[in-house]
Design a protein around this ligand. Structure first.
Ligand code: UD1
Ligand code: CA
Length: 466
């Protein structure tokens, strides 16, 4: 009877990452295109049909790796490798978690973020269809430096394969361009039997996973290889490879967006994280950074020079030369040039945050404008409001150390350089004169001037008002 078609995935993520020289962060948690390296590997694994069990081998920086994996895959099981003694030892650490598992075991390197579900599925298919005990994904590299070389026996006989690590390779072996990618499909039982026989007799004194291949072959097991696409196998061992991987991931993301109808003026200088969504017919101009969970609607113009982090921009809005963090921009709204919208900023439909404007925890109502040189913090601005140049909310009492709120009613007109000393309410239809220092609430439709501001008259109705 053929083995059942159940699949377990083991992700290796316990290594120290020496070549990364990171004092603070485990290698697999370094981000590329806004997602930790291991997140990319998990994404490829999750796309696999019939995935029955996901085991992540953790060690160095264990708690942080567990947290990041759990946030993406709550069903993941963790196996601990207390001391990183090599990839063979790491897979052996997953043995207990798979003891009762009957099926194929797909082993993935947590530091290889370019792999796709499609290639992994092809690896599993080839393994199953050929009835192999182990199938390894290989690739042809122009420069194979750093990878394990595939050494095939001269007679080309099936099973006559060894993998020689960089550190152990003779000059002849090092010249071989076919490499082991670190992606494997195994039958569970023979895998763990062979792992028990692996030794540390090599240049690095480590238990090498690749050493199971000749051991299995010696037992008469069938060894298969699948030649993969070199663009998917980059293993990130150092910061240079991290930058390279990030570049490739970003290019893939931009290709996807363009295929979905987004115009990207210059992909070489456009930076979009994996988790970002952009609607069709939006134009992304150069030097734009879309990060985290940012969502952009359709028919928007974003950039040049915009950085949006975890922000939402609705259809038809324009953002240029601006920084937005956890901000919301309504349909047809305008931002920039030169604005900073901080957490909790919400521009409603057709609102405007213009030049040299900073906002924080502020809502700007429909069609309201904050065009020039303003700071609006902890403010609620109604519809149809105009904030004169240089106006600010004095929302922080430095002496008491407290922040207070400002409320500005519908259709209020603030004269240039109005200081709103919070807490304060400027009721609807009120007007402040240039240079007003508003320390008390302003009654509806009332004009106030001076410092401190005092009422001088009622507001005149404008032509068209009724
Ligand atoms: C490994 C392979 C090499 C292959 C290359 C592909 C071995 C011995 N070498 O080399 O043949 O060409 O990947 O990228 O397998 N890890 C642990 N515990 C350990 C050691 C490593 O969990 O004790 C994890 C690492 O966190 C990493 C992965 O295993 O995610 C690969 O380890 P790494 O040290 O990067 O292996 P390479 O030298 O790149
Ligand atoms: Ca590696």
């Amino acid at each position: 009877m053929p083995p059942p078609n159940r699949l377990a995935v083991v992700v290796l993520a316990a290594g120290f990452g020496k070549r990364f020289r990171s004092a603070s962060t485990p290698k697999v948690l370094h981000p590329a295109a806004g997602e930790p390296l291991i997140g990319h590997v998990l994404r490829a694994a999750v796309g696999l049909e019939g995935l029955d069990r996901l085991v992540v081998v953790v060690g160095h920086g264990r708690d942080r790796v567990v947290e990041v994996v759990r946030a993406r895959r709550p069903d993941a099981v963790f196996a601990e490798q207390l001391v990183p003694r090599g990839t063979g030892d790491a897979v052996a650490a997953a043995g207990d978690a798979l003891r009762d598992f009957d099926g194929q075991v797909l082993v993935l390197s947590g530091d290889s973020p370019l792999i796709t579900s499609r290639t992994l599925a092809a690896l599993v298919d080839k393994h199953r269809n050929s009835g192999a005990t182990v199938t390894l994904l290989t690739a042809l590299m122009e420069d194979p430096t750093g990878y394990g070389r595939i050494i095939r026996s001269p007679d080309g006989l099936q099973g006559g394969i060894r993998i020689v690590e960089q550190a152990d390779a003779s000059p002849d072996e090092a010249a071989v361009q076919e490499i082991s990618t670190g992606f494997w499909c195994f039958e569970r039982e023979p895998l763990f039997d062979a792992l028990a026989k692996v030794t540390t007799d090599n240049a690095q004194g480590e238990y090498y996973l690749p050493d199971v291949v000749p051991l299995l072959a010696a037992d008469g097991a069938r060894v298969e290889t699948l030649l993969g696409d070199r663009s998917e196998i980059l293993g990130v061992n150092d910061r240079k490879q991290l930058a390279e991987a990030a570049r490739i991931l970003r290019a893939r993301k931009l290709d996807e967006l363009m295929a979905a109808g987004v115009t990207i003026e210059d992909p070489a200088v456009t930076y979009v994280d994996m988790g970002v969504e952009v609607g069709p017919d939006t134009l992304i101009r150069p030097l734009t950074f879309l990060e985290g969970s940012t969502r952009i609607g359709s028919d928007c113009t974003i950039g040049p020079s915009a950085r949006l982090v975890d922000s939402d921009v609705d259809d038809g809005a324009e953002v240029s030369f601006a920084v937005l963090k956890s901000a919301e921009v309504g349909p047809g709204a305008q931002v920039g040039p030169f604005s900073s919208l901080r957490a909790g900023t919400r521009l409603r439909a057709r609102a405007k945050a213009g030049s040299f404007v900073e906002m924080k925890s502020t809502t700007v109502g429909e069609g309201s404008k904050v065009p020039h040189l303003s700071y609006m913090g902890d403010a609620e601005i109604g519809d149809g409001v105009n904030i004169g140049a240089g106006s600010i909310t004095c929302n922080y009492d430095g002496e008491a150390g407290i922040k207070s709120k400002t409320r500005i009613g519908n259709r209020v007109l603030l004269g240039s350089d109005t200081m709103l000393v919070a807490p304060v309410v400027v009721h609807e239809d009120a007007i402040t004169g240039a240079g007003s220092v508003v320390t008390k609430d302003v009654e509806p439709a009332t004009v106030v001037v001076g410092a401190p501001a005092r009422p001088i008259r009622k507001r005149k109705a404008r032509a068209g008002d009724h």
